[in-house]
Design a protein. Structure first.
Length: 363
């Protein structure tokens, strides 16, 4: 028994061909527009051609994950819409095949594409975004190199009562300048270490403090000890905890971002913005699924279909969808909505509209 009928293979072939060419067109347009915008900067900085090529090679995975929902909606509107346009849909329905059965293979493909989009977003995009950002900073934004390699006025907190203040942090050499480590018991300061420099020793997994003073406060007396070198293996933070603060959520996968959020939460910092971006890592890839669930029955319900109308509908639907995503993100950032609700509001609204279209369609 054949799992896919002739009409299934015919429709899937149309769908995948439009999806492929739409994706290729989107990548080409994004790269071309970005290059035109930045060409003068590449030329002024005399960036080698192979570096420019590497920059855009690392740009492509992000373009794919960003535009896949648009591509897959366009593919569903064109493939199903062409059946309606040439009365093929009427013939299919006359043979006893319902619209629900007709679009089922496309919905199944959309689910697979969503899973693939999630995999690419988690396993390829973070590394490629990091490489792309590093190339830009190294070869184009060189005038700001010294500022980028130095972090200023960093505060870290441990819920057990330790506070760390760093005046400057050298990201390249992993060196803290003018560091203060203060330990509290409740609201009472029990010890304090002030050092001119703290350098990370990766072999010992320890911070090496130099030229500092250690103070302990006991029974209203202060015990002072000056040191030239002190090894600290019990500090609660790692250099990566400082470096990750400079990273964008797009440069971390969901495991890294979740771990970073937990550390921020333990330190007492606000995490709403990061939590919204964390949940969007799950919600956004599923956009591909909802676009087909929304677009395929919509195309089947229309008697007239053309390239211009399909492109117009794609633009309108995607604009509405992305507007809902940005609105949810904004409300989540401002704590108007819970991070989960903020991330999933777009999918929830379009999922509801998809159900309505499915119920109203003449199968």
């Amino acid at each position: 028994m054949k799992i896919l009928s002739i009409i299934d293979r015919y429709l899937i072939g149309k769908f995948l061909s439009v999806l492929f060419f739409s994706l290729l067109a989107m990548v080409t347009i994004f790269v071309a527009v970005n290059y035109v915008e930045n060409a003068d900067k590449f030329i002024d900085r005399k960036v080698p051609g192979d570096i420019v090529f590497e920059y855009y090679l690392n740009f492509i995975p992000n373009i794919i994950t960003l535009t896949l929902p648009v591509d897959i909606l366009l593919a569903s509107l064109f493939s199903v819409g062409s059946l309606a346009r040439f009365n093929e849909l009427t013939a299919v329905k006359s043979s006893g095949v319902s619209v629900y059965r007709l679009v089922f293979p496309l919905i199944a493909i959309a689910l697979l594409v969503s899973l693939a989009n999630f995999w690419i977003s988690e396993n390829i995009v973070p590394a490629s975004n990091s490489t792309k950002t590093e190339i830009w900073k190294t070869y184009v934004d060189r005038a700001m190199m010294s500022r980028r390699m130095m972090g200023n006025n960093i505060s870290l907190y441990d819920p057990e009562g330790t506070k760390v203040f760093i005046e400057k942090f050298d990201k390249k050499n992993i060196v803290c300048t003018n560091i203060s480590i203060q330990k509290f018991y409740g609201f009472e300061l029990v010890s304090r270490i002030d050092a001119h420099e703290a350098r990370w020793d990766s072999l010992k997994s320890a911070w090496l403090l130099t030229n500092g003073t250690q103070r302990r406060f006991e029974n209203e007396t202060e015990i002072v000890h000056n040191f030239s070198l002190m090894e600290k293996t019990d500090l609660f933070f790692h250099p990566d905890d400082i470096l990750k603060r400079e990273q964008s959520p797009d440069e971390m996968n969901f495991v890294e971002l979740n771990g970073f959020i937990k550390k921020l939460r333990l330190s007492g910092a606000r995490t709403e913005r990061w939590e919204v971006d964390y949940h969007l890592k799950f919600a956004y890839p599923l956009t591909c699924f909802f676009m087909v669930v929304f677009g395929a029955p919509l195309a089947a319900a229309r008697k007239k279909s053309g390239a211009g109308l399909n492109i117009f509908l794609t633009l309108v639907i995607c604009f509405g969808y992305y507007s809902m995503i940005q609105l949810g993100r904004f409300m989540g950032y401002n704590q108007t909505l819970d991070p989960v609700q903020a991330a999933w509001i777009g999918n929830a609204i379009f999922g509801f509209l998809s159900v309505l279209i499915f119920l109203r369609i003449k199968s």
